[in-house]
Design a protein around this ligand. Structure first.
Ligand code: NAP
Length: 308
């Protein structure tokens, strides 16, 4: 494959950015990759393991001369970074982000984007429960959706070029409205994470069940919750603070459904439970048929297990 961007600046060097660096290197997609992260330790690691050709102590220095800038920091850090880099962006460059929430990131970043620079918000729907510069791997985006939420004014040529990079990293690209993105993600990702956090927190607080029993007898349902609930606390705090409306809406509906199931259990309404679980099983089959997961019994562990 050939170089798509001459100089890519990665701002934030965690799971998402490091996976991009590995994928871009594997495909020869970037002339050079430079980066910035908050801590000197992460910057040193990024150099040591070859994620970046150069690292900078400030985001402002890192973006200079870049034709692609990727904001890969927690959602709550986007506004300050955007304000810092704005005067240093090269005319004609594209800025994209990878934040899990789109409307809040647009509100934080777009006001700082100078004329002549394209901001194309994005969200790779791929991840693991690991974080930091050593957690990335080149195949993270393979076969996974990367959603873009461009504006009506976004230059088509900038879209084509960004899409080419994402597809060359193995991703499937789709576009949608930012508000719709946040609603969809509240259903498929944000609320499920909150439920997993709650279930693991609940088990940890139950006095009749000791912590060692929770760990020792952890069966698949709880075990999968613990994997999700091990996700990065900063990232997820910011997701819930910034996608508040959509998550609260889905949580309200979730609570209603839960009460209906609770009542069915209390009343011994097996037909209701069976019919409900039959419908949810069909959704799982649909996800496998759409290629979003494998039918292997230990689903969700393939790429991570291979990497470790
Ligand atoms: P991560 O592994 O925790 O890495 C975050 C990176 O951002 C670290 O390099 C950190 O630097 C840096 N950082 C944090 N605050 C900063 C600041 N104020 N200035 C400069 N650098 C800063 O996170 P991630 O999983 O890659 O997530 C990054 C973004 O991707 C988030 O917006 C998240 O919503 C989104 N996302 C994540 C996933 C996922 O599953 N993880 C999936 C899709 C999208 P230090 O190491 O020096 O602290």
């Amino acid at each position: 494959m050939s170089v798509i961007y001459q100089k890519v600046a990665l701002i934030g060097l965690g799971l998402i950015a490091s996976s991009m660096a590995h994928a871009m290197r594997a495909g020869g997609l970037a002339g050079e990759i430079v980066g910035h992260a908050k801590s000197a330790e992460t910057r040193a690691t990024a150099l040591e393991i070859g994620l970046c050709d150069r690292v900078y102590a400030t985001a402002a220095e890192a973006v200079q001369g870049a034709d692609l800038v990727v904001l890969a920091v927690p959602v709550g850090a986007m506004a300050a970074i955007a304000e810092e880099i704005a005067p240093h962006l090269a005319p004609g460059c594209t800025v994209t982000d990878v934040g899990s929430v789109k409307q809040a990131v647009i509100a934080a970043v777009q006001p700082h984007i100078p004329a002549g620079v394209e901001f194309i918000p994005g969200h790779p729907m791929a991840g693991t429960e690991y974080s930091g510069p050593r957690s990335g791997f080149a195949t993270l985006y393979k076969g996974r959706w990367w959603l873009l939420t461009p504006f009506e004014t976004t230059a088509p040529a900038a879209m084509v070029r960004l899409r080419a990079l994402l597809e060359a990293m193995g991703a499937k690209v789709d576009t949608m409205d930012a508000a719709h993105h946040d609603q969809v993600l509240a259903v498929v990702s944000h609320t499920p994470h909150l439920i997993a956090y709650t279930m693991v927190g609940l088990a940890a607080h139950m006095e009749q069940v000791s912590n060692s029993e929770v760990i020792q007898y952890s069966a698949s349902g709880f075990r999968d919750f613990t994997r999700i609930a091990a996700s990065d606390p900063t990232m997820w705090r910011d997701v819930f603070l910034t996608n508040k409306e959509a998550v609260l809406e889905i949580l309200g509906r979730f609570t209603e459904e839960l009460f209906v199931l609770q009542r069915a259990i209390r009343m011994g309404d097996g037909d209701h439970l069976h019919e409900y679980f039959t419908r949810t099983r069909a959704i799982r089959r649909g996800i496998i048929e759409a290629g979003q997961d494998t039918s292997a019994p230990d689903f969700g562990r393939g790429p991570v297990a291979e990497k470790l």
